[in-house]
Design a protein around this ligand. Sequence first.
Ligand SMILES: [Zn+2]
Length: 402
Amino acid sequence: MRRAIRVRIYPDAEQTAVLERQFGAVRLVWNKALAIRKHRYKVRGERLTAKHDLKPLLKVAKRSRKYAWLKQFDAMALQQACLNLDRAFQNFFEGRARYPRFKSKRGTQSSYHCTGKIAVGDTWITVPKVPGRIEAVVHRDPVGKLKSITLTREPTGKYYAALLFEDGAEAPQPADVVPESAVVGVDMGLAHLAIESDGRKTPNPHHLKRAQSNLRRKQKELSRKKRGSRNRAKARLTVARAHVRVANARNDFQHKLSKRLVDENQAVIVETLAVKNMVRNRRLARAISDAGWHGLISKIAYKAERSGKRLVKLDRWAPTSKTCSACGEVAEAMSLSVRDWACAGCGVHHDRDINAAVNIKHLGIQKLRAGGTHVPACGGLRKPTHAVAAADETGNKAARAA
Ligand SMILES: [Zn+2]
């Protein structure tokens, strides 16, 4: 299993200079590769890949006089920039991210190192091409073999190293039998970040809300400052710090919520396609990216993997909000403002979000069973298969065809 530790590092003046040049080289490779890729697609309709086109091109560039200076930097870091671009395009094509953008020297910088010269000690790390040991605060005991170090500089001016270890242990196998009571469906909303099928609602935490409104205020202040002025540079740093506070608050919250979901259940079911579709709605996009569902899902994923639990992602559209979770009747189109409704078929009154979470649970159980997991019903209060079948029958042709 792989484990990552992120530590703060304190490069001295000489190391900082080398690091900054290295970041610059990585950034140049990314930006050039992106420009070439964009151009080739526009002119010839070709999609260049890192493996077959961009990495070989990098080799050629290093032999040229103009780019020979790239040779003084860690070759792996430069190649990784091409690979990262591939990844960024894949994320874009699969709807998880927006179109890759050129990197600016003001944004977060990074470089990846994975060759033999990487090492970590109690209070230091070493990476290729950077002289001496870089002072580091290693707050946790590293376990296993160090696989890679990714160095970053945040817009706030702080440096970090992400250390990736392989501990040699196998991930625990998830159980073959998962009782229905140990399955939770999670609907991710805006008013509440997470609504669980047992009715538990987790609102946006206050410290996150506070950090977010602080960030918005700082951003407004920044936009009023004159371009190129020293005050603008100062305001930019303040905004960067506010960004970090939001990210920290969100991460902290996501870690707690994902830990509880994984600890309390054998299987966690989430919808992924809904996020993608909703982000296309521009008015909602901002609120949704603030909610950070993607980050929450990836935290659930790795925590589940480590503890032998399951994460089931529902990636096909199903009318989870408007299907009655008691009888399977599908209500007419329902706007987002409808928070609760009564089923025309059976008369049961539903809270919109809890009903959706219950449907998500049912669909997840169906998927688990299809994958060979035994999911015995217990409690017997609900008729779980009903709503799922109905959701499939009601015009979700894509789901049936696939
Ligand atoms: Zn009903």
